[in-house]
Design a protein around this ligand. Structure first.
Ligand SMILES: NC(=O)c1ccc[n+]([C@@H]2O[C@H](COP(=O)([O-])OP(=O)(O)OC[C@H]3O[C@@H](n4cnc5c(N)ncnc54)[C@H](OP(=O)(O)O)[C@@H]3O)[C@@H](O)[C@H]2O)c1
Length: 343
């Protein structure tokens, strides 16, 4: 890219202007954390039904209130669309935004399966638009530091990764128990330890999964062994029946990293040296809920004229969904085929 183009792109994106599709729980947390980024603003929000997003728009002082998702993606003041609908509806909303030529950040899981994620990636490449999965954990400051520690060679070659995400889902999460609505622990929270393992070890060469399914056919507890060509193993577990400690450990030939209390939210971590057992706690002070770091990455990429994040490229999002597809196949998780959502 030449320097003129870079400066024109920078000027265009002085403020990154967001449009929100799916103004629910996580969208509210996202908008609230975006307030920590002075060069980002939420300028538009859309809802499926007329007038239902007024409270959300008032709460976050959002000037453009649209009565359809199509109006959000066609809003000329929107640079990037944040898709925060329930997972079976990510594909249609993301495709709508890509076809309108907008940059898009799509909540996790990106799509219900790898095939749909490939279609989105192809569409974005054909249109030349930016596209990224909103796997916010990958951009958290402690995860950035952990990648640096590993790249420095301090813990040697990674031999094992263990990570879990267990939370007790109850009446406040009815969707989690309904197969047609993309329910189940694997897609909702199991994706976090799988993505963490993929960040460190890449795509597994062998997958062994076991799960307990509900009467309605969603996985309530799932455990997976991921074996890699390097010889490294990851063991990941997820459940929506109980709150597990949710830490993670990365063990190498020269030492290990212990992340607690919850590896996927802003936290600190400890590096333990093999042999001596010396422990260094690496404190990472943090304000806010951590959802803004992925937005900052979107802004950084747009200003550089990139259509993918090098930290979470589409190939890795697709590969994570391939792993999830295989886990789903082994445990007998059968989601219905995608049906088009209303624009
Ligand atoms: N990154 C994270 O930490 C995190 C945390 C929680 C959830 N998530 C992800 O974010 C997505 C949304 O989760 P959420 O908990 O925010 O959901 P939510 O509170 O139920 O909100 C989803 C919004 O999507 C819209 N929507 C469109 N089609 C819908 C449908 N058929 N049924 C229900 N709502 C529909 C609704 O907005 P309108 O009526 O205004 O159109 C609704 O308010 C999920 O894919 C989930 O995996 C991520």
């Amino acid at each position: 890219m030449n320097s003129d183009l870079t400066s024109a792109t920078r000027d265009r994106y002085k403020t990154i202007r967001w449009g929100v599709i799916g103004a629910g729980g996580i969208a509210a947390e996202f908008c609230s954390d975006l307030a920590h980024l002075p060069d980002h603003a939420v300028v538009a929000v859309g809802a499926r039904k007329s007038g239902t997003n007024t409270e959300f728009a008032d709460r976050f002082n959002i000037p453009h209130r649209h009565d359809s998702y199509a109006d959000v993606v066609n809003d000329p003041d929107v640079d990037v669309v944040y898709v925060a609908t329930p997972h079976p509806h990510h594909f249609d909303a993301a495709m709508l935004a890509i076809e309108a030529g907008k940059a898009v950040l799509v909540e996790k899981p990106f799509t219900m399966n790898a095939a749909d994620s490939r279609l989105l990636a192809e569409a974005a490449r054909a249109r030349g638009t930016f596209l990224m999965e909103a796997m916010w954990t990958r951009f958290l400051p402690h995860i950035v530091r952990i990648r640096e520690v590993i790249e420095s060679g301090r813990i040697g070659d990674i031999i094992t990764v263990t990570a879990e995400f267990g939370e007790q889902f109850g009446d406040e999460s009815p969707r989690a128990f309904i197969l047609d609505e993309g329910g189940g622990a694997l897609l909702d929270i199991g994706i976090y330890p799988i993505s963490f393992s993929a960040m460190l070890l890449g795509q597994p060469s062998e997958i062994i999964a076991s799960a307990d399914l509900s009467d309605g056919g969603v996985d309530v507890t799932t455990s997976v062994i991921l074996r890699h060509e390097s010889g490294a193993h990851a063991i990941v577990n997820t459940t929506m029946l109980a709150g597990t400690p949710n830490g993670a450990n990365v063990t190498g030939t020269l030492g290990r990293i212990e992340i607690e209390p919850e590896f996927f939210r802003p936290t600190s971590f400890t590096v333990v040296t093999a042999g001596t057992g010396e422990r260094e706690r690496i404190e990472i002070p943090h304000v806010g809920n951590g959802l803004r770091h992925q937005a900052a990455e979107v802004g950084r990429c747009l200003r550089l004229g990139l259509t993918e994040s090098p930290i979470l490229p589409l190939a890795q999002t697709i590969s994570i969904l391939e792993t999830i597809d295989e886990v789903g196949r082994q445990i007998g998780l059968h989601y219905p085929p995608r049906t088009p959502s209303a624009p």
